[in-house]
Structure formats: C-alpha cells, structure tokens
Design a protein around this ligand. Structure first.
Ligand code: 6GU
Length: 239
C-alpha cells in the first residue's frame, strides 16, 4: 500500500518511520511519503492561510496550495482522507476498508481547517472521506494521521507477527476485549483467574465471552445497544 501525507509540519509525522508502521515500510508492505504543503506555494512568504470569509476566529487554509498539492500527489485511483473533527467517525470497520485500498492520501489541515472548495473539487476526481478520530478537538490532522495509519498498517498482510491477534481483539465483534494475564500465576498475592489455568478450553472461551460482555456493559454500554439480538447466545450473561 502507498500512503502520501501532506502537512505544514512534516516533522510531526516522523513516528511513521518507527515501530510497527516503520517495520511495515522497511519490509516493503507499506510505502509512506510525507510532503510539505509549503512546497506547493509560489508567493514570497509561502503563505498557506488567510482569514475566514464571513468573519470569525482563526485562519483558514487557502485553496490554491492544497489544490496543487493534491493534484500532484493524489493520482487517479487514490482515496483521499481529510482528518477533521467534523468528519465521520474513524472505526475498526473503516480501518479495514482503508487497508484494502492500494493508495491513500491524507490532507492534514491546521488552524480552523481547509477551504471547503478543495474537498468539493477533489470529490469530483476521487473518493473523499472527511474523518474524525473522536469527539474532541486537536490542533491539526497530523496526530489523527498517525492514529489512522497505525490502525490500517497493522491490518496489512504480513505486518503482524501472529495474524491470530486480529481475530479476538476489541471492536472486531462489536465488543471490548476480555482482560488478559501472563505469568506468574500469583503476583503480589493477586491470582490469575483459576479458569485460565484449568486447561478446560470451552470454559475459558465462556469466561472470556462473559468478561467481554461485562467490560463492554461497564465501559461502552452504547456498543451493546448497537448489537443485534442475534449476536447474543442464550448462555450470555443478561447484563
Ligand atoms: Cl481527524 N482532526 C482534528 N484537528 N481534530 C480532531 C480530529 C481530527 N478528530 C478528532 N479531533
């Protein structure tokens, strides 16, 4: 997969060279290129922003550099992601969808955002999604891109050492993951739940399912409400 990122703070994206994403790039599964928006300006001050039309606080990113940048780095066949707190939610399902694309382009806005005409114009050439990583406001799209690229990269074939890790994890079946333990069996007089040491596989599966349900009810009741009745079996706890 090829990923292009456009930003006025390319250094902010340096972590894409580290850890899992960096390894995916080193192995050839992922090709990440970061571009400086200012390279697509032509005025003396290399200016990328201006005041909002209609008034209001802050600055808005000018359309001309963005349009030139996107026409240069986003060829036909790419999918454009515009990180913004005003976007659709980034979910595991969207991460899986993006992982199936050959080419992603991320346009990192700063300030109050990018002139909307850039997004509307790009939509006539390619699929565009405005995407938010949660209900809070960041200073720019760069950190959101780190989040999204990591979530997508770990789904690419060959990136995780053990792909079984992708099967039983939070958000895959709409529930949160059950708690996990390692050795020693007793640590500071706290025991690992005995069922996990029993060797009884069916009981372990049942216990993990119950813990997933309990944790989801406690931390994310909204997720439980969204699951269809068919995703519960008659041995599930009634929470
Ligand atoms: Cl994607 N960008 C910004 N600037 N703030 C956000 C966000 C994105 N998602 C949540 N807050």
């Amino acid at each position: 997969m090829r990923v292009d990122v456009v930003s006025i703070f390319p250094d902010y994206l340096a972590p894409l060279g580290l850890s899992l994403v960096g390894k995916a790039a080193a192995s050839g599964v992922l090709d990440v290129r970061v571009h400086h928006l200012r390279d697509f300006t032509h005025d003396k001050h290399r200016s990328v922003d201006d005041t909002p039309v209609g008034g209001g606080a802050g600055m808005v990113m000018r359309p001309e550099p963005w349009d030139e940048a996107l026409r240069t780095v986003a060829p036909e066949g790419a999918r454009l992601i515009v990180p913004t707190p005003a976007g659709r939610p980034f979910t595991q399902a969207l991460a899986a969808e993006l992982a199936a694309e050959p080419r992603l382009v991320f346009a990192c806005g700063r300030y109050e955002g990018i002139d909307q005409r850039v997004v509307d114009s790009a939509r006539e050439r390619m699929p565009v999604d405005e995407v938010s990583i949660g209900d809070y406001v960041l200073a720019g799209g760069e950190v959101a891109v780190l989040v999204m690229v990591e979530a997508v990269a770990r789904l690419l074939p060959g990136v995780l050492g053990n792909p079984d890790s992708l099967v039983e994890e939070s958000h895959v079946d709409g529930l949160l993951e059950y708690p996990v333990y390692t050795k020693p069996a007793v640590w500071e007089s706290r025991e690992v739940p005995p069922v996990l040491l029993s060797g009884h596989h069916a009981n372990i599966v049942r216990w993990r399912r119950d813990e997933s349900l309990r944790r989801t009810a406690r931390n994310r009741p909204d997720l439980l409400d969204r699951l269809p009745a068919s995703s519960f079996d008659d041995r599930d706890l009634s929470i």
